[in-house]
Design a protein around this ligand. Structure first.
Ligand SMILES: Cc1cc2nc3c(=O)[nH]c(=O)nc-3n(C[C@H](O)[C@H](O)[C@H](O)COP(=O)(O)OP(=O)(O)OC[C@H]3O[C@@H](n4cnc5c(N)ncnc54)[C@H](O)[C@@H]3O)c2cc1C
Length: 405
């Protein structure tokens, strides 16, 4: 018999939550991460209302609210032409006290790791998985190196790739690369940014469109400031994202806000594997969750929400599969089916909404939201990329595409 039911490679939100869900279903789980925890991860640190609702499902919301965080109730959008609007964030789960949260990843991921340990998940951090072992093409174990260079190996019925945007599991199991579905993001922390009012701020300077700049207030006096750009724009324009962020902060609209600001630490870069519901994300003896499965919303850069949702769905499928005698592609097929059913439409819509990121369209959306506050909620969804498909939205997009090109 294999050593474990499930080995999860990577202990970010996708991996830790998969381990928690699987262990709660009675599975024997090993969770591995190459880094020594607690560890930082470049991120905007924003948790969406949907992510908060998933924490509620996990029963971890009270603990999330106990760690240092900034609650956010509103998003302020700013276009290059000077128009702006501030919109309340809609709560997905009315029972949750906060609509959005900014929480540093070093704290969030440590909390999830601790919760996994409480579910009797076996955890080995500082252990880099270097090879996925296979038998007749089916994943059946991992080989790795623990800190200090000691070689280790374990076997399992199913291997879960939760190892982020450069997934070893995806590579070794020969999943397509989907390199056209990528974006780049950079973020830094700044002290003393002027005019921070406790809201998320989204700025659309013309030179970074269809990308955007975010300001996320943290619980300290620091602001998480970042920029996200689609990879094709980066490549075509030969753009250096760090320089693009620094230039945007020097622009006439933002310069005064940074007159006394001090950058804290380095500006870090990360890849955003953006969602595409045609992706292959499972096979014989393995499945992929979170960034390893490429689930980031192309418009909003929100990847944590879908990482946690994929973990919940993976946990259900793993429990069924591990109860049987075969753990091949067919035994795990329900996973991509259920996942794309749940998040496919919003990912697809996120991709379509990127097409609206022209200076004219953004300006007219922001002005429209400020003139008609009753429409501001769904216009906010259109600007951010979180709007869900509907006939009304299709009509609206056709109208905007026609008039605001
Ligand atoms: C600059 C930036 C800003 C972002 N802002 C936001 C935001 O504000 N809100 C949001 O929701 N999303 C944001 N995202 C996206 C979000 O960070 C990711 O979608 C999210 O972290 C995905 O979680 P994950 O668990 O799939 O992967 P990760 O968090 O990347 O975790 C993967 C884990 O796997 C481990 N690992 C990798 N390889 C191996 C290996 N070979 N062996 C063992 N372990 C391994 C890593 O050490 C890591 O701990 C941002 C991303 C970037 C780059």
């Amino acid at each position: 018999m294999p050593d474990y039911d499930v080995i999860v490679v990577g202990a970010g939100p996708a991996g830790a939550c998969t381990a928690i869900h699987a262990a709660r279903q009675g599975l024997h789980v090993l969770l591995l991460d190459q880094k020594k925890f607690p560890r930082e991860k470049p991120c905007g640190d924003a948790l969406s209302s949907l992510a908060i609702a998933e924490f509620n499902v996990l029963g971890l919301l009270p603990r999330l609210l106990e760690i240092p965080h900034t609650p956010v109730q509103k998003i302020a959008y700013h276009s290059a032409d000077g128009s702006s609007v501030t919109v309340p964030i809609l709560k997905i789960d009315k029972d949750t006290p906060e609509a959005g949260i900014i929480c540093r990843r070093i704290l969030l991921d440590a909390l999830l790791m601790e919760a996994a340990a409480e579910e009797e998940v076996e955890i080995v951090d500082w252990c880099q998985v270097t090879e996925i072992q296979t038998k007749n093409g089916q994943a059946c174990g991992v080989k790795g190196e623990r800190g200090g260079g000691r070689e280790v190996s374990w076997t399992a019925k199913v291997i879960v790739g939760a190892d982020g945007s450069d997934s070893v599991v995806a590579k070794q199991m020969k999943m397509p690369r989907y390199s056209e579905y990528r974006a780049l993001a950079v973020r830094g922390y700044y002290r003393q940014v002027l005019g921070i009012r406790g809201n998320i701020e989204i700025h659309f300077p013309e030179e970074v469109l269809p990308g955007y700049v975010w300001f996320h207030p943290t619980e300290t006096s620091q602001t998480n400031v970042g920029l996200a750009l689609p990879m094709d724009v980066v490549k075509q324009g030969n753009i250096k994202p760090k320089q693009a962020l620094l230039r945007a902060l020097e622009s006439p609209e933002l310069k005064e806000r940074f007159a006394f600001a001090e950058q804290m630490g380095e500006i870090e870069t990360g890849v955003l594997p953006v969602g595409n519901p045609m992706r292959e994300i499972h096979g014989d003896g393995f499945l992929l969750v979170g960034d390893a499965a490429g689930l980031v919303n192309p418009c909003s850069s929100d990847g944590t929400t879908n990482a946690i949702i994929s973990a919940r769905i993976a946990g259900q499928v793993l429990a069924k599969a591990c109860a049987g005698d075969v753990w091949d592609e067919a035994a795990l097929r329900e996973y991509p089916y259920n996942l794309w059913q749940e998040i496919g439409p919003s990912l697809e819509m996120g991709g379509r909404l990127m097409g609206l990121r022209t200076p004219k369209a953004i300006g007219s959306l922001i002005r429209s939201a400020s003139r008609r506050p009753h429409n501001a909620g769904w216009i906010s969804g259109v600007l951010l990329g979180s709007a869900l498909p509907s006939e009304d939205l299709d009509d609206f997009l056709a109208y905007i595409n026609f008039f605001a090109k």
